[in-house]
Design a protein around this ligand. Structure first.
Ligand code: GLY
Length: 364
C-alpha cells in the first residue's frame, strides 16, 4: 500500500495506490454509509461488465449507480451533465452525498464537475480506471466538460475527498490506452525528475502488471501533489502548475486539427513533448542533442507516436495552438526544458521557431 497526501489545508486528501484496493475502496464507502451519507456511483457503460464483483459490492453501498449514456469524450457534455443532476435530485442525494467517480478521465472530469455544482458542491471520490487518469486527471481537482467550441471550456476546481488508484483495474485496459497513460508518466520525468526518467529508460516497456508500476504511479502522483499544493489554481506567474502542461499546447493542437478521437490524448501529448524538447534545443535553452533524442527513444519504447502520423496543415496547427486555453492575456505560454527533469514556462518563443518544429514533425 502506498498512500500520498495532497496537502491543501482542510481540503487535503489521500491518494491510495496499490495492487488490490477493492477492500480500501469499499471500506471508504462503508464509512460514508455509516455516517448516513448517501453514495452515488457514476461510471461508463462498459466498466460494470468488466468488473462485476466490484460493482455489485459498490451497488450494495450506494443509493444509485449512473452509467453515462456513451463511452468516451462525448459524455463530457452539458446534456449528460443535466441528466446526471436530474438523477441525483430524483434520488434525493442531499448535501451530505458523496459521488464515487469510477472510470477514466472522462468519468472523473464529468462526475467531478457534477459534484462541484450539484447543491453548490458535494463530496466526491475519484476511482481512476486508466493509467492516464491515475497519474494525472484524478489528482488535483480540475473538473469540467466540453463545449462544441472546445474541450474543457467549462469547469471548476473541486478537490476530491480521496483517490483510490488500484492497479488491478488496469487489467482490462486496452494496450493502446495504457500506452497513452505512459505519455503522461514520461512527461513527469521530463518536467521534474531526471532520475525517474532514467528509471523509465532502464525499465523497458511497462505493462499493467509490471512490478514497477505501483511505484511509477506513486512517483507521478507525488510530483503532481507537490505542484498542486504549491499552485492549486494555476495562478503562479511563472512555472507552478502550468509545468504539468508540458507538451499539451502542441498536443491539444494535434487533437483538434486531426479531429478529436484520431489521437488519444496521451498520444498527442507524446508528440507534443517531443515538440517541446525540439523547441527547447532549437532556441538554445538546452544543449543540442540532450532532450529530443532521449524523449523520442522512450516514447517509442512505450509504443507512442513521436511525430504526426499523417501530415496535418501547418497553418491549422499554428492557429489551434493560438486558441489554446493556456493563452493568458493574449500571450501563449510555452512549457520548455533546460534539461531532462527541469521544465520552465516562457512566452519568449518566436512564431517562426514553432513553425519549424511543426514542419520537423511532419506538418505540411
Ligand atoms: N493536467 C494538468 C493539471 O492537472 O494541472
Amino acid at each position: 500500500m502506498h498512500d500520498i497526501t495532497v496537502a491543501l489545508g482542510e481540503r487535503s486528501y489521500k491518494i491510495h495506490i496499490g495492487e488490490n484496493l477493492a477492500g480500501t475502496l469499499l471500506a471508504l464507502a462503508d464509512g460514508f454509509v455509516a455516517e448516513n451519507r448517501p453514495v452515488a456511483v457514476i461510471t461508463c457503460p462498459t466498466l460494470p461488465q468488466l468488473h462485476p464483483s466490484l460493482f455489485s459490492e459498490l451497488k450494495k453501498r450506494s443509493r444509485l449507480l449512473i452509467e453515462t449514456s456513451v463511452d468516451g469524450e462525448g459524455a463530457k457534455s452539458t446534456r449528460e451533465l443535466a441528466d446526471i443532476w436530474e438523477k441525483l435530485a430524483e434520488a434525493r442525494i442531499d448535501r451530505a452525498g458523496v459521488i464515487f467517480a469510477v472510470g477514466g478521465g472522462v468519468v472523473g472530469d464529468l462526475s467531478g464537475f457534477c459534484a462541484a455544482t450539484f447543491l453548490r458542491g458535494i463530496s466526491f471520490v475519484q476511482v481512476p480506471t486508466t493509467l492516464l487518469s491515475m497519474v494525472d486527471s484524478s489528482v488535483g481537482g480540475k473538473t469540467g466538460i466540453n463545449l462544441p467550441s472546445g474541450k474543457n471550456l467549462v469547469g471548476a476546481f473541486h478537490q476530491p475527498a480521496a483517490v483510490v488508484a488500484d492497479m488491478a483495474l488496469l487489467s482490462t485496459l486496452p494496450p493502446r490506452e495504457f500506452a497513452a497513460g505512459m505519455a503522461e508518466v514520461i512527461k513527469y520525468g521530463m518536467l521534474a525528475d531526471a532520475s525517474f526518467f532514467e528509471k523509465l529508460e532502464a525499465a523497458g516497456t511497462l505493462t499493467w502488471n509490471s512490478p514497477e508500476l505501483p511505484a511509477v504511479v506513486r512517483r507521478c502522483c507525488e510530483i503532481k501533489a507537490k505542484i498542486v499544493a504549491a499552485d492549486e489554481r494555476e495562478t503562479a506567474k511563472e512555472n507552478g502548475r502550468a509545468l504539468l502542461n508540458l507538451g499539451h499546447t502542441f498536443g491539444h493542437a494535434i487533437e483538434k486539427v486531426a479531429g478529436y478521437g484520431e489521437y488519444l490524448h496521451g498520444e498527442a501529448v507524446a508528440v507534443g513533448c517531443v515538440a517541446a524538447a525540439m523547441l527547447s534545443e532549437n532556441l538554445g535553452f538546452a544543449p543540442a542533442g540532450t532532450l529530443a533524442g532521449r524523449a523520442i527513444a522512450l516514447f517509442e519504447k512505450n509504443n507512442l507516436p513521436v511525430k504526426l502520423r499523417t501530415p496535418l496543415s501547418l497553418d491549422a496547427l499554428v492557429a489551434a495552438g493560438g486558441n489554446d486555453k493556456k493563452v493568458v492575456a493574449g500571450k501563449l505560454r510555452f512549457v520548455l526544458m533546460k534539461k531532462i527533469g527541469e521544465a520552465f514556462t516562457t512566452s519568449a518563443v518566436p512564431a517562426s521557431a514553432v513553425r519549424d518544429v511543426w514542419l520537423s514533425l511532419g506538418a505540411k
